[in-house]
Ligand binder design. Structure first.
Ligand code: AKG
Ligand code: FE2
Ligand code: ZN
Length: 612
């Protein structure tokens, strides 16, 4: 029995030894396979030739700035195996090159560090390094690219005191109608020093938390004059400039610096900030070069801080006649015809031309794109008690009128064609203006105003529309109001990375128009470019009419000319986009009204009100 036990014990021991041996070779095999694959990828996709014989230099796959691996973190690992002669980290590449002082050290690194895990600064996760020998480190000589023509950066333009005053002076919720006083000295200095020729009248304040950015864009030519200046406060950041033929320049904007974009850099190059938590920067202290990539032997990652930028622009009042027609919205024939010059128009004329008439003309097409009810509006309607009497002011094609069959719903809209569409669906609806609703005041259990108030061109008229709406409510009655948010396009754009962002902070933007935008003065409203950040709170949003849905106009002698050119295809709707808190601010001015709820939904600011 004892022998047997001993025997089986021995047997067991031998077995486990074999298992360990097998396991290692399995892992080794896996590593070798992986390394072969990596070598193949490096050659095929990056043109990096690896060799099978030992040498002083190695390429480190995954150990690159593009993987979010910082220079210091990598060096610490590499120096465990010997003295590093150089570490070349090409910008945004998923690999780097290390050269040791001797082949022995490189061989040591190759055998002990392949498969080594390192934590990525940027991604906050482990990544595995793979090493291969290279005969020479390809130093594709990257000369420091020149700044785009017309771009100027002035360091230390703002003093620390001014920086503090400007950062503290931002009121993200207020509706200031003139450039804040704390900005004037900085703007004046730009003018005095001849850095800019024209006094800006518009300010956008953007706040970037680490991980946030702004997509590459050219500020709309027709909306703003040539010179655009931006002041970086709180922290530095790298801004990326791209030329249409693909030149790409990374520009360091130091804290308290002034950036001036004019000419080619303003009109032709896009600018943007990549949403990331670390920037690729020159390792050397007190960087003198403003563009990154100069000496790729000195690049590393630097953690971003919160940067607040003050971008000053001058609103353009005429069409742009720049030297870059290929990217100029003013000079593109289609766009030119489309971009209306809203000058010397009264407020009512503006609404008539850019709201009422447009909806009348696009009603069919508009209605065909409006069938999905917004869930939160549906929630509101289905939770009302059976038999409730509900008015939908600005009911459009009536998409909410039939949601809850237990309600008595009546709609109205300014557009006859849209009301007709409601009629075809057998809904109750009539034509009227939201400022003058012919329903009995104080008689409704609930009211809807979905995407209506933002079409009124002055605050006074938006308030009047709210007074008219809430006047319809009985005591205890509720109103649900949706208006388009300034922040919408932004959220849409950023939604992907906002999700990645752990604390899911919303990026902050504040736009201030000097003197406020008064549509009844001689003003050209900017035409919004779809899928971009709103550059103004008052703007024209293009509607591209599907050819099959164009209105048939009766041909009169005057119109026949137009008919020959074909019907219009691009319409513009006027919008006042609301910033965070603005709708609530208006509602607080209403008498006998309590704000029950206020929220953000699908790019809209929303409130639920109750009449006391
Ligand atoms: O943050 C910046 O410096 C630039 C912002 C910008 O490009 C813009 O608002 O159009
Ligand atoms: Fe911009
Ligand atoms: Zn232009």
């Amino acid at each position: 029995m004892a022998a047997c036990c001993k025997g089986s014990g021995l047997h067991h021991e031998m077995g486990s030894k074999n298992e360990v041996k097998q396991k290692i070779s399995k892992e080794e095999k896996k590593l070798m396979k992986k390394q072969a694959k990596v070598k193949h990828i490096l050659l095929k996709h990056e043109g990096v030739e690896t060799v099978s014989h030992p040498s002083k230099s190695l390429v480190i796959a995954n150990g690159g700035l593009g993987n979010g691996v910082g220079r210091h973190r990598l060096l610490t690992v590499l120096e465990q195996c010997g003295k590093v002669e150089s570490l070349v980290m090409p910008p945004n590449k998923p690999y780097s090159f290390v050269t040791y002082t001797s082949t022995d050290e490189a061989v040591n690194a190759y055998s002990s560090l392949s498969g080594h895990e390192i934590s990525s600064n940027e991604w906050e996760q482990k990544i595995t390094l793979y090493f291969s020998f290279v005969d020479k480190v390809e130093l594709k000589e990257v000369l420091p690219p020149a700044l785009p023509p017309g771009l100027v950066i002035i360091e230390e333009f703002v003093t620390s005191e001014e920086e503090l005053a400007m950062l503290e002076g931002v009121d993200w919720t207020s509706d200031i109608a003139s450039l804040p006083g704390f900005c004037t000295s900085v703007v004046e200095r730009c003018l005095q020093q001849g850095l800019i020729k024209h006094k800006p009248d518009q300010l956008t304040v953007n706040q970037y938390e680490p991980g946030q950015g702004i997509p590459p864009h050219i500020d709309t030519h027709s909306a703003f004059e040539d010179e655009i200046i931006s002041i970086s406060l709180g922290s530095e950041i790298v801004m990326e400039f791209k030329h249409p033929n693909d030149s790409n320049v990374q520009v360091m904007l130091p804290q308290r610096s002034l950036l001036i974009m004019s000419g080619e850099s303003r009109y032709l190059w896009t600018h943007g900030i990549t949403p990331r938590k670390f920037d690729v920067v020159q390792d050397s202290e007190g960087q003198k070069v403003k563009t990154i990539s100069g000496n790729i032997e000195e690049l590393t990652l630097k953690k971003r801080g919160t940067r607040t930028s003050f971008t000053f622009r001058k609103v353009r009042r005429n069409a742009c006649d720049c030297a870059f027609p290929s990217v100029c919205d003013s000079q593109q024939s289609q766009e030119k015809e489309a971009a209306p010059q809203v000058s010397v128009l009264g407020v009512e004329a503006l609404e008539k031309e850019y709201v009422h008439k447009v909806y009348e003309d696009i009603a069919g097409h508009f209605s065909s794109t409006r069938h999905t009810p917004w869930p939160k509006v549906v929630d509101f309607l289905v939770t009302l008690p059976d038999g409730a009497i509900v008015a939908d002011i600005g009911c459009g094609n009536g998409k909410y009128l039939g949601i809850n069959k237990n309600l008595y719903m009546i709609g109205c809209d300014r557009s006859k064609n849209l009301v007709n569409i409601c009629g075809e669906k057998k809904f109750e609806a009539s034509v009227c203006d939201a400022l003058d609703v012919p329903f009995r005041a104080g008689s409704f259990d609930a009211c809807l105003s979905i995407a209506v108030i933002h079409h009124f061109a002055t605050e006074e008229r938006r308030l009047r529309a709210l007074i008219e709406l809430t006047g319809l409510l009985r005591s205890g009655g509720k109103a649900l109001i949706y208006v388009w948010a300034m922040e919408q396009e932004y959220n849409k754009k950023k939604s992907k990375y906002l999700k990645e962002n752990k604390n899911n902070k919303e990026q902050k933007t504040l736009n201030i128009q000097d003197g406020g935008l008064k549509p009844d003065t001689n003003t050209v409203l900017p035409v919004h470019t779809n899928r971009t950040t709103f550059e103004s709170r008052d703007l024209l949003v293009p509607w591209h009419l599907k050819p099959s849905t164009r209105p048939n106009s009766t041909v009169t002698s005057k119109q026949s000319n137009e008919e020959e050119q074909g019907p219009r295809s691009v319409y513009h709707r006027y919008y006042h986009v609301f910033h965070d808190g603005e709708l609530e601010g208006l509602c607080r001015k209403l008498e006998n009204i309590t704000i029950l709820q206020s929220y953000y939904d699908q790019g809209n600011w929303c409130v639920i009100l109750e009449k006391s």
